[in-house]
Ligand binder design. Structure first.
Ligand SMILES: [Zn+2]
Length: 167
């Protein structure tokens, strides 16, 4: 079972994970790779163009991000502005990911068909909690719905095979 450290790595991507390896430090946004904080002035300064923008600890940083992703005139051209603040886990942009309960349900059905475990197991309380913890909108159905889902997949696959091998 992965420990919380490896989950954090998945969650945050390499930059933030390294900066966050001392558990005491608060999570630093990658925006601070481009800005220095000037706490006495209530500002942050862009390390590339030296523009000063209003900043107070705890307040939003979206204007700092916007500066880097569009406004900064001195950002080196080899830096891809569009991808700087995107969270990526194995090729998937996590913030743009939209959960599709239909896909989850389809995989769940295929899992049951191929794993040779009883339909009743879908009503296991921990299984339900696991799905809920993955996403609060994931309601797990009961064994009767699972059974009819399995039968629909069976009928679909049967049709596919029939179209390949016409009688
Ligand atoms: Zn700048």
């Amino acid at each position: 079972m992965p420990n919380s450290e490896s989950l954090a790595l998945l969650d945050e991507g390499p930059d933030e994970a390294i900066q966050n390896s001392g558990r005491r430090s608060r999570r630093r946004s990658p925006v601070w790779n481009y800005f220095e904080e000037l706490p006495n002035e209530g500002k942050a300064i862009c390390i590339h163009c030296r523009s000063k923008l209003a900043y107070h600890q705890g307040l939003g940083i979206s204007h700092l991000r916007n500066h880097i992703t569009s406004a900064c005139k001195e950002l080196p051209p080899d830096i891809d502005r569009g991808s700087i603040f995107r969270k990526v886990v194995s090729g998937v942009d996590v913030r743009r990911f939209v959960l599709d309960p239909k896909i989850v349900r389809d995989f769940m059905t295929k899992f049951w068909i191929t794993s040779n475990i009883s339909f009743k197991k879908i009503e296991n309380g921990f299984f339900k909690r696991m799905m809920k913890s993955a996403h609060p909108s994931l309601e797990v159905h009961g064994r009767h719905t699972l059974k009819s889902d399995c039968m629909s997949v069976y009928q679909e696959e049967k049709k596919k095979i029939a179209s390949v091998f016409p009688i």
